[in-house]
Structure formats: structure tokens, C-alpha cells
Design a protein around this ligand. Structure first.
Ligand SMILES: [Cu+2]
Length: 660
């Protein structure tokens, strides 16, 4: 090899390392300055200007319920009424300014709106019914515009009409500033299509709308009717009521917006939270020393907790963000930010003017605060980790200033417990993936400082190891996640040692009815030479040839009800993509080179169930899932910039659903 590091696509795109490059910029935004002032906006707050480890981690409390409804046969349903609102909160440490964000919160409970949102605590076998309210209005009730630049040239919700379309333009448009559509998806939930947060089932706030603006997306009425017919509950304007049966394995789910062509912006603005499902046969963990119930580190925040409870089970959402000096969230307002391409844009070419193919924030926020710290005792903690970043893959590692790093075991992933606890020193997570880990601070001397580092790249991930195959994130900024300040132990640790945990068995999915070869394809401009990507797309592979299909094309994936299928994800692009399939928790079967060659088994941390899998470039990643709920769902890349621009496809389980 000539170079110690692989030349990344971004570097290649930007002419770095190939000589005679047009643009003299660094390998990641914020790491170096262009020689001339760019015409487009850069985040005006440098990451180096944000003090680190000066404010405590926020541990999201449990989301208050609106009611508990008792139904026939002694059963109950947990009722929530949760709105998305705009507000300001401390994201950057003082004296830096507060940040205007969006977040979910309980309508009837003041002070519960937060970024990230409070945790929905769900119980196996007890359905959760949430009325999701679009509360994006100002104090006078007028609809709020988006906090971030909305590119109107994507195939997107487009409330000004025609809805759920890729509109035509006579000249390059500026950002859309009208009312904002939302629709919430519980990521990893096993629920019906009316409650899944279909991207075209969005709705605007219930208020006076500008003339000609449509209040709901294409599928809203159909799903409203279906939900009313099944439950007797009618959706009121500006809301949608969804129900989650909680009939799946106990695990860490999360909820976030999923509106068509807007997900990257709606999620970046803040609305996302954990949804923790507990109980049931797949939540029973034993102690191998005595065969009795094991004790996992706890408690987690619960409803009605008084202030000052010490938590030993803590959700940790890692999200990259950039800011301007006034504290506001920064998100690119021009394609130029990505690759210095100055146009022509749509309609002068097929390149969107605002959308960026990927986005990497120059800070890491953990539970809504940049680089926080957490005081811990010399005990074991259970952390439910979520990579909530836009495009960034993270590789997490602990380091201590007092000798060995505390040991970590991963006990669960997207779909619940792994078959066995896995000792881990690094945890790789693509966007939307979760890892349930136990960290044992027991042998760390009190007074020590432990840091969680990120060794993933500040650019698209292609697999491999930091320092070998790619440059790790900036060690002074995005290479750091948070700090643990180890204090003395207040009492003994009642939790079972991780190597003594007997985790619930995995029941294999059974006979495969069908294998579907599917392709991940990146598309460059068809109008301009050497400009790309224009978008990334998905599609079936027919006779060995990928057939890229746009969002609007007829359904090509149509499993029978109850069928187990293997989906082979052929990644023809240069980057890894975190691929997510709605409705199901799947098994990761294998990975093999696309050109043929031996397959390798899933990673030890992929041996439980998953709903999001890393599909590496040049490989076929095979997953196996049972599709047991009829209706219309989606599968997509969870790099939210990709998902918003064609890297998402509808699928139907059972009879093909007629268009709404
Ligand atoms: Cu992708």
C-alpha cells in the first residue's frame, strides 16, 4: 500500500491525496479551513470552543402516562398523549447559549418535553396506545416553520402539493418554510401498519393552515379508518393514535420521526426517545451459580421516582450535532457544504440544491448535552446504548486514567438479549443500532476518571479498523463521547457478575420460504460528469442484475403472511449502510464477498435478534425474518440522509395493498 490509510470517498471527491485537487480543505468539516471563504454556511461554533465534561449527563425520566385503561379479562392498556413541541434547553454547557430544539413530551405534564425525550416504559403483554400530537405551533397557534433547511426537490411529504411527490421546478427553489409534517415510528416495534409510522401517513398541526396546504399525507386517512375499525378510536386532526402490542422480546426500542423526505431534519431537531420493553419469557435471566433469578444492574428511572434516586440502568443516546455561535443547531443549507459542488442544481441538473448525501456533526451530544460527565460508584452499571447519529458509525471504547479500563460485556442488541454475555473492548454501532452493555467499575480506584472514546471515522464508514483502514475521529472532539467520574461505593453491589449470567435462549425462526437478492446502489448524476452521489437507492436483483427502484415504484418485496424469508443485501456502494426492516426482528445469517468466496458468521454481538444490520461494501449480508403482520411497511438505510432521498422502499406482507 502506498498510503497508510485508504483514500476515503470524501477525500477522493474533494481531490485530496490525488494531486491537483480543486479544493484545499480538510478531511472533515471543522477540522480545517478552506483557503477562500465559502459561499455556503459553515457551523460558526468551533467544536474546540465547547468545554467538555463540565455538565452532568441527563438521565431521561420515564414518560408519564395519561391513563391506564382496564380492558376485559383483567387486561390493561397504557395510554399516552405525547406531543412534539419546540422549546429551548441546555445542550451546550453554560455560558454558551441555550439551543432551540424539538422534542416529545406528555401533553398533560408540564416540563416533560425534552431532547432526547423521556423513556416510554412498556410491559410485555400490556399494549401501549399513544396519541402522537403535532404540536409544532407558536404561542399564537400559528404553524412553526422548520428549524432547519428543508430541501423541496426530494421525493418528500410536500404539504403544499402535490403531496408525497418529487415536485417539478422551473428554477432552483429555496428551502420550504411551511408547516412541518410529522409521523412517529417506534423503531423495532412489532405492530400493525396503521401504527408503524408510515412515511406517507404524516400530518400537520391542528391549526389554520395556509391556503392550498394539505393537512395529511397520502396514507393518513386509510390508516385512520383502519385503526378506528379495529379499536373504535378515531384520530383527531393534528394527531394520530398508534398502538403497540408489546408481544415481542423484551428489548431497547426507540421512537423518532419518520416523515417522508424529512426524517433527517426532524430527527436532527431533537424528537427521539427510548422505548424500553420489559418482562415476558425473554426477559428472564438466571444466575449460573444457583439457577435462580439473576440481578441485573438497576434501577432504571421509573414513574414517580423522588429526586435523588441513584440509577444503575441508564439509557445513553449518542448523537452528533453542530452549532452556530448563538447556540442554534447547524445543519447544511447547501449541497456545496458536502462536496463544494456549486451547481447547476435541479432543474438545471439532477442534483438537489440543499440535501447533503451524509452529515457529520462536529460535536457529540449524549442524552442531549455535548460531552457530559456521569458520577458513578465502583459498581456495575447497565447502559442501553443507542447510536442516534445522522450518518456516523461509532466505535466505542473505555479508557481510564488509573490503569486498566473497566471491563464491558454486551448482553443485548436491537432485539433483546444475546444468547450469551460477550466480553467486549470495542463496540461498533451503525446509526439506529442499540447495544445493551454492563460496565463494571468495581475494580476502578475511586477518584479515577474513565472516558468513553469514539474511534469511528469522521466520514462514511467502510468497515475495517481505526488507524489501519481509516482515520479515527478527531481525538480531541468527536473522538470523545463522555466521562465517568468514579467515586466510592455506597453499599455493596447486588448485581450478578456478567460472566455468571444465563441469558434466555434464542428460538430460531425456522424454514425459509424464499430468498430475495436485493441491491444497495449509489447513483451519480446522469446529467453531469463526475458529480455524485445524486442519491442512493434499493431494488431487487433480477438474473444477477440490480434493478434500482425509486420510492414511488410498485412494491417488489411481498412476503406471504407468516413466511420466513432471507433477504440478501448486496452492497454495490463504497460505504457501509445500516439497513433496517420494519415490523421484524431478524437473525443475521452471514456475510460473504459479492464476487464469491467463503461466508463468515455474524459477529458474536449479532447472534441475538436485530432490526438494523451493517451491510458492508462489496459484501452480501444475509438476514432472516418472519413477516407475520399483513400490510404496508418500509425497509431502508438508517443513514437518515440516505433514507430521505430514495434509499427506502415500501414492502407489503400478504396481498399487495392497494394505493391509498
Ligand atoms: Cu445508506
Amino acid at each position: 500500500m502506498d498510503h497508510p490509510f485508504r483514500l476515503t470517498r470524501r477525500q477522493a471527491l474533494m481531490g485530496i491525496g490525488v494531486g491537483g485537487g480543486l479544493f484545499l480543505v480538510g478531511t472533515s468539516r471543522g477540522a480545517a479551513l478552506p483557503t477562500v471563504l465559502p459561499a455556503f454556511a459553515e457551523p460558526s461554533l468551533a467544536a474546540s470552543g465547547v468545554p467538555q465534561f463540565v455538565r452532568p449527563l441527563v438521565i431521561p425520566p420515564a414518560m408519564p402516562r395519561a391513563a391506564r385503561l382496564n380492558t376485559k379479562g383483567g387486561k390493561s392498556t397504557d395510554i399516552y398523549r405525547i406531543s412534539m413541541r419546540q422549546f429551548t434547553q441546555e445542550v451546550l454547557p453554560p455560558p454558551l447559549p441555550m439551543t432551540t430544539v424539538w422534542g416529545y413530551g406528555s401533553e398533560a405534564h408540564a416540563g416533560t418535553h425534552n431532547f432526547p425525550s423521556f423513556t416510554i416504559e412498556a410491559k410485555y403483554g400490556t399494549p401501549v396506545r399513544v396519541t402522537w400530537v403535532n404540536g409544532l405551533v407558536d404561542a399564537s397557534g400559528a404553524p412553526l416553520p422548520h428549524l432547519l433547511p428543508v430541501d423541496p426537490t426530494l421525493h418528500w411529504a410536500n404539504p403544499a402539493g402535490p403531496v408525497d411527490s418529487r415536485p417539478d421546478f422551473l428554477s432552483t427553489p429555496s428551502a420550504y418554510t411551511g408547516p412541518v409534517p410529522i409521523v412517529t415510528h417506534v423503531h423495532g416495534a412489532h405492530t400493525t401498519d396503521d401504527s408503524d409510522g408510515y412515511p406517507e401517513a404524516w400530518y400537520l398541526p391542528n391549526t389554520t393552515l395556509p391556503a392550498g396546504v394539505h393537512a395529511t399525507g397520502t396514507w393518513y386517512q386509510k390508516f385512520a379508518g383502519q385503526f378506528a375499525a379495529r379499536t373504535g378510536v378515531r384520530w383527531t386532526p393534528g394527531t394520530a393514535t398508534f398502538e403497540y402490542p408489546n408481544d415481542q422480546r423484551a428489548t431497547t426500542l426507540w421512537y423518532h420521526d419518520h416523515a417522508l423526505g424529512l426524517t433527517r431534519l426532524n430527527v436532527y431537531a431533537g424528537p427521539a426517545g427510548f422505548y424500553v420493553l420489559r418482562g415476558g419469557p425473554d426477559d428472564e435471566v438466571l444466575d449460573s451459580r444457583n439457577g435462580k433469578a439473576a440481578a441485573l444492574p438497576g434501577p432504571a428511572p421509573a414513574l414517580g421516582d423522588p429526586p435523588g434516586v441513584a440509577y444503575f440502568e441508564i439509557p445513553i443516546a449518542i448523537q452528533d450535532r453542530s452549532f452556530d455561535e448563538d447556540g442554534s443547531l447547524f445543519y447544511p443549507d447547501s449541497r456545496e457544504f458536502f462536496d463544494a459542488f456549486t451547481g447547476p442544481y435541479i432543474p438545471g441538473s439532477d442534483i438537489s440544491p440543499i440535501w447533503n448525501p451524509e452529515f457529520f456533526g462536529n460535536t457529540l451530544a449524549v442524552n442531549g448535552r455535548t460531552w457530559p460527565y456521569l458520577d458513578v460508584e465502583t459498581k456495575r452499571y447497565r447502559f442501553r446504548l443507542l447510536n442516534g447519529c445522522q450518518s456516523r458509525f461509532v466505535i466505542l471504547e473505555l479508557t481510564s486514567d488509573a490503569g486498566a479500563a473497566p471491563p464491558m460485556w454486551q448482553i443485548g442488541a436491537d432485539g433483546g438479549f444475546l444468547p450469551q454475555p460477550q466480553p467486549v473492548s470495542r463496540i461498533l454501532m451503525g446509526p439506529a443500532e442499540r447495544a445493551d452493555v454492563i460496565v463494571d467499575f468495581g475494580a476502578v480506584p475511586a477518584g479515577a476518571t474513565v472516558r468513553m472514546l469514539n474511534l469511528g471515522p469522521d466520514e462514511p464508514f467502510g468497515g475495517g479498523a481505526p488507524g489501519v483502514d481509516f482515520v479515527a475521529a478527531d481525538p480531541s472532539t468527536t473522538g470523545r463521547v463522555m466521562e465517568f467520574r468514579v467515586g466510592p461505593s455506597l453499599g455493596r453491589d447486588p448485581s450478578t457478575p456478567p460472566d455468571r449470567l444465563v441469558l434466555p435462549a434464542i428460538t430460531p425462526l425456522g424454514t425459509v420460504a424464499r430468498t430475495r437478492p436485493l441491491a444497495l446502489v449509489e447513483e451519480d448524476s446522469e446529467a453531469l460528469e463526475d458529480v455524485g452521489p445524486r442519491s442512493a437507492v434499493l431494488g431487487p436483483i433480477v438474473d444477477g442484475t440490480p434493478q434500482p427502484r425509486m420510492w414511488a415504484a410498485p412494491v417488489t418485496e411481498n412476503p406471504g403472511i407468516g413466511d420466513v424469508e432471507e433477504w440478501e443485501l448486496h452492497n454495490t456502494t463504497m460505504d457501509a449502510h445500516p439497513m433496517h426492516v420494519h415490523q421484524v426482528q431478524f437473525e443475521v445469517v452471514s456475510r460473504r464477498p459479492m464476487g464469491g468466496g467463503p461466508s463468515r458468521p455474524p459477529e458474536p454481538t449479532e447472534t441475538g435478534f436485530k432490526d438494523t444490520v451493517i451491510a458492508y461494501p462489496g459484501e452480501v449480508t444475509t438476514v432472516r425474518a418472519r413477516f407475520d403482520i399483513p400490510g404496508r411497511f418500509v425497509w431502508h438505510c438508517h443513514i437518515v440522509e440516505h433514507e430521505d432521498n430514495e434509499m427506502m422502499r415500501p414492502f407489503d406482507v400478504g396481498p399487495v395493498t392497494p394505493p391509498a
